[in-house]
Design a binder for this molecule. Structure first.
Ligand SMILES: NC(=O)C1=CN([C@@H]2O[C@H](COP(=O)(O)OP(=O)(O)OC[C@H]3O[C@@H](n4cnc5c(N)ncnc54)[C@H](O)[C@@H]3O)[C@@H](O)[C@H]2O)C=CC1
Ligand SMILES: O=C(O)[C@@H]1CCC=N1
Length: 274
């Protein structure tokens, strides 16, 4: 493989479902050097942004013949739609096709049953839209080293990738990093709301909360210090932060709420498999 594995791809990358996540992945692939003429998109409701990619050579809703040899099918439709969508997608899948799914809850076994192919199950998250996502992936036994490398390149175009061997971890992964950005955005919303409660004008509170969450995230990203140390660096003994943390780390506190939230998301991921 050359330095950029996305440039080694010779078959078609077929994206099924170019919504929020699928669209973010496609943006990452093109930014990462994948030839737009290698990409085809199947989606009954194409957004104007995706439609505009036709001018660059992306094939939109091709039939099986026009799609050519599909090297990798990336499935990014809602899990609830998969049975119906997958039955149509099967026509694009040959023995050599690898099927990379990002659907929450949908197991390797059901992907094999509905679509066939060599299946990689992955869970990205929305910071993928700015190349700062994290994806966890697990490959079925029949995925070849080359197929795994292509899947890795496609997933890595939107951030970092962790491979695991145990598929049963994927429900908790989904609950932590797949859904996790929503918890952080909620924190920004509620911090702003609390600022308003404390007397700040709404515009200022919103800006302070947003910049605080974003700046803290960037500090966490750039620093090698553990999160707990970064927290302690803010906390002067007997000061204001300690007063607030007394609430957040009390009983019940954020720990218990987070355990319950992650458990609820993990349970829902398992339900989506049924
Ligand atoms: N949004 C997120 O944060 C994450 C989502 N996911 C997974 O990604 C998948 C997509 O989620 P979103 O992008 O948020 O949803 P979305 O609703 O934005 O996108 C789904 C897309 O699938 C299209 N679609 C519907 N029926 C189709 C069919 N038969 N064939 C092809 N395309 C079809 C829709 O038109 C839409 O553009 C889900 O399975 C979800 O579990 C995974 C990780 C994170
Ligand atoms: O909410 C969901 O089901 C999807 C999967 C992870 C993030 N969004």
């Amino acid at each position: 493989m050359a330095n950029n594995p996305l440039q080694d791809i010779t078959g078609t990358i077929l994206l099924a479902g170019a919504g929020k996540m699928g669209g973010a992945m496609l943006t990452g692939w093109l930014a990462g050097g994948l030839d737009p003429r290698r990409v085809a998109v199947v989606d009954p409701h194409l957004s104007p942004e995706i439609t505009a990619l036709a001018a660059k050579g992306v094939a939109l809703n091709p039939d099986v013949t026009a799609a050519g040899k599909v090297e990798t099918l990336v499935v990014a439709v809602k899990p609830q739609m998969f049975r119906e969508a997958g039955a149509k997608l099967k026509a694009f899948v040959s023995d050599q096709t690898s099927v990379v799914s990002i659907m929450a809850g949908t197991t390797i076994a059901s992907l094999e049953e509905v679509c066939g192919g060599a299946v990689v199950r992955a869970m990205p998250n929305t910071p993928a839209a700015i190349g700062r996502g994290i994806t966890v992936a697990v490959a079925a036994n029949n995925v070849s080293a080359v197929q795994r490398a292509v899947a890795d390149a496609l997933l890595r175009a939107t951030g970092s990738v962790e491979w695991v061997e145990d598929e049963s971890l994927m429900d908790a992964v989904t609950a932590v990093s797949g859904s996790g950005p929503a918890y952080v955005f909620l924190l920004a919303e509620e911090l702003a709301r609390a600022g308003v409660e404390a007397g700040l004008p709404e515009t200022l509170a919103t800006k302070l909360a947003r910049e605080t969450v974003a700046g803290s995230g960037e500090l966490l990203h750039r620093s090698e210090l553990p999160s707990a140390t970064l927290r302690q660096n803010v906390t002067s003994p007997g000061g204001t932060t300690a007063a607030a943390l007394g609430v957040l780390m009390g009983e019940p506190g954020l720990r218990e709420l987070m355990i319950r939230a992650v458990a609820a998301a993990t349970k829902r991921s398992k339900e989506l498999a049924k």
